[in-house]
Design a binder for this molecule. Structure first.
Ligand SMILES: Cc1cc2nc3c(=O)[nH]c(=O)nc-3n(C[C@H](O)[C@H](O)[C@H](O)COP(=O)(O)O)c2cc1C
Length: 400
């Protein structure tokens, strides 16, 4: 089989050096990559680096190797075009259909999925001109990966940082796997909870659970690749931030509830994949609980935590909002799942069997998605991102 053909456009931002890592990810996982830098990008990383790492010649203008008509061929042959970093200037030129260098010509001739990973100072990102250019490109079907918040060029901090290249690669891999179809969650805001809550007993101990957060993170990555604006409410997951997702870290069930309700106010869909503790210790000891010689330990009194899934389902923040729950069951999986779906009042419930060595922390999952309309969608054993894809298919259908 032919290797998937990727065009990596690099524009003139300080993050251009991170595109070398992205390029390596693609080549090492069997993709053929043509790098098309802008002239400004070559001030940051030289043509020799791009050429040596990609194994292809590198040009910025349309006047090299004219007999091969590169200004149309490179775009026409591509299975994916990704521009990382995408400067404010390149976004503007792309949004206005300019064709004044090889990269913008390639963007006009490509008929494959296009991903932009913008990176710039916060002021440039927030400027109305950039906002409009980003929305124009999204409306035309491109996937725009929101920049991360963090250290920018110099001493500044804010939104505008290029996400981790490994995570941009993951987003691109998912876009490529979907093929040349429109991003069906474009213009949608989705909220996902992930991980497992921790209910503190004292400053060093907590009641927790085995959830790794991998399923919720797979949902977030997949939603970004389908064009959604993603808020990921993450409870204690030791995982890298998915590129493009707005990650809200939380610790306890009460914190998770607050973060989910706040984000759900304008959400089209809320997917509750986190394992939320049903109970929390009634008393928090401000100092470490000590062993006392000759005495048995005190029993731990517990309080009920709020039922966030039932609350989000009952008080929909906007009409037509879709709510998805997850039910981790150890036995009577389907019967318990059906009862839970009715009790919670959500639209979809993903029921999976868990146990000490099943599902938690693993890369794979197997589930049945129950619909409030009586539908049952079995999801065979496979990567967590396959299950995520099926959840978004079902959500997208209901949103339409
Ligand atoms: C040190 C330095 C860093 C820059 N970083 C960025 C950046 O991160 N994002 C951006 O949009 N522009 C940045 N610029 C400005 C662009 O290089 C400039 O707008 C250029 O015209 C972009 O051209 P291009 O879009 O064709 O690559 C930077 C400029 C300099 C000198």
């Amino acid at each position: 089989m032919d290797k998937p053909k990727v065009v990596l456009g690099v524009s003139g931002g300080i993050a251009a050096y991170k595109a070398c890592e992205l390029l390596r990810r693609f080549t090492e996982s069997g993709h053929e990559v043509r790098v098309v830098p802008t002239a400004s990008a070559l001030h940051f990383v030289g043509a020799a680096t791009w050429s040596a790492l990609s194994g292809h010649p590198v040009a910025t203008e349309v006047w090299d190797d004219v007999h091969e008509v590169p200004h149309v061929r490179i775009g026409q042959r591509a299975d994916l075009v990704v521009v990382a970093p995408a400067t404010a200037d390149t976004l503007a030129r792309a949004a206005h259909g300019l064709a004044d260098d090889l990269l913008t010509n390639t963007l006009l001739t490509a008929r494959c999925p296009v991903v932009f990973a913008p990176a710039m100072h916060t002021e440039m990102w927030e400027h109305p001109a950039t906002r409009e250019n980003v929305e124009t490109l999204r409306r035309r079907g491109a996937v725009l990966i929101e920049p991360a918040v963090g250290r920018l060029t110099g001493a500044d901090t804010g939104k505008g940082r290029l996400p981790d290249p490994g995570e941009i690669f993951e987003a691109c891999r998912l876009v490529l796997a979907r093929g040349p179809v429109a991003p069906d969650l474009a213009g949608r805001h989705v909220v996902i909870s992930a991980g497992g809550t921790r209910e503190p007993l004292d400053p060093v101990r907590f009641l927790g659970n085995r959830s790794s957060g991998k399923q919720g993170y797979a949902l977030a990555r997949t939603a970004v690749a389908r064009g959604a604006r993603v808020t990921l409410v993450s409870a204690n997951a030791a995982l890298p931030d998915p590129a493009g997702a707005d990650v809200v870290p939380v610790g306890t069930a009460v914190e998770l509830r607050e973060a989910v309700l706040r984000a759900a106010a304008d959400a089209d869909a809320v997917v509750m994949a986190a394992a939320v503790a049903d109970f929390r210790p009634a008393v928090y000891a401000t100092g470490k609980i000590k062993k006392k010689d000759g005495q048995e330990p005190e029993p731990i009194a517990l309080l009920r935590n709020p039922d966030i899934l039932a609350e989000v389902s009952a008080d929909r923040a906007r009409p037509g909002q879709i709510v998805v729950g997850f039910a981790a069951e150890t036995d009577e999986v389907l019967a318990n799942g059906r009862a839970k779906l009715r009790r919670k009042g959500c639209d979809l419930l993903v029921v999976n069997e868990v146990g000490e060595h099943r599902t938690f922390g693993s890369e794979e999952n197997e589930a049945v998605v129950l619909g409030a309309d009586g539908t049952e969608t079995p999801v065979p054993h496979g990567p967590k991102e396959d299950l995520a894809g099926i959840v978004w298919d079902l959500v997208a259908r209901r949103l339409r």
